[in-house]
Design a binder for this molecule. Structure first.
Ligand code: C5P
Length: 241
């Protein structure tokens, strides 16, 4: 498996602060995440500007719709130059396979295919949200393992998962299947509203492929120094604890 990569989540309501931060991180960080809020405010021109700075783009728009619509959406994201994009695995096998077909059919010659990564169960959902026939889902983690196994069999390139799930998922996944982990914090950092956080060293030890870090970098007094702190521990994961 290739070395774990840091993705900085550019969670801003407008293009300008995102571009400013991207300019300052250019050369040290390889990947940035563009989510719903930023994409809806900056759209294609913003994505192109960030791409032209040399970043790899994780376009996290979490597609879920009928297969035909998702196929068209992943094709469009591929044409825009996304390097990784998200869909919901709960959209089912037909939708997931259509997402891959959309990606594959839209590739230009020589273009590296963007990774198509599945969201399993949103971490904001608990057993009380997943009630069926008056019964709560007892073990969400078992369901997440099941969805991940399905995602791998449908040929998705990976899943998004919390730090608490990485170890169990890595056991059922091939080494090249990407595990994309948000909620990452250095040991002394504030958790913000993330309920289940994990250190970079722990996530890497357990087998995470990409670590997604937002506010600890975007809201730091000096985001460049904050990013460097994450990159340092990622280069020497066992020195962290
Ligand atoms: O600021 P923070 O480091 O908590 O940001 C984490 C990023 O990962 C945000 O962009 C958030 O949308 C995303 N994310 C998450 N938890 C998930 C999936 C995505 O925090 N389960």
């Amino acid at each position: 498996m290739s070395a774990t990569q840091l993705i900085v989540a550019l969670d801003f309501p407008a293009p300008e602060p995102a571009l400013q931060l991207a300019r300052s991180l250019r050369g040290s960080v390889a990947w940035v995440k563009i989510g719903l809020e930023l994409f809806l405010s900056g759209g294609q021109p913003l994505l192109e500007s960030i791409k032209n700075m040399g970043f790899q783009i994780f376009l996290d728009l979490k597609f879920m719709d009928i297969p035909n619509t998702v196929q068209a959406a992943t094709a469009q994201a591929t044409r825009l130059g996304a390097d990784m994009l998200t869909i919901h695995t709960l959209g089912g096998e037909k939708m997931c396979r259509a997402a891959l077909a959309g990606r594959d059919n839209a590739l230009c010659s020589g273009q590296t295919p963007p990774l198509v990564v599945g969201v399993t169960v949103l971490t904001s959902l608990g057993p009380e949200d997943l009630v069926w026939n008056n019964e709560k889902t007892k073990d969400i983690s078992e369901f997440i393992v099941h969805l991940t196994t399905l995602a791998q069999s449908w040929k998705l390139d990976g899943v998004v998962c919390s730090g608490q799930e990485v170890r169990a998922l890595r056991r059922v996944c091939q080494p090249e299947f990407a595990l994309v982990t948000p909620g990452i914090r250095l040991p002394d950092a504030a958790a913000s509203d993330q309920a289940r956080v994990c250190t970079p060293a722990q996530a890497m030890r357990d087998g995470s492929t990409f670590l997604v870090v937002g506010r600890p970098i975007t809201r730091a007094t000096d985001p460049v120094i904050a990013a460097a702190q994450y990159l340092n521990v990622m280069n020497e994961p066992f020195a962290e604890e």
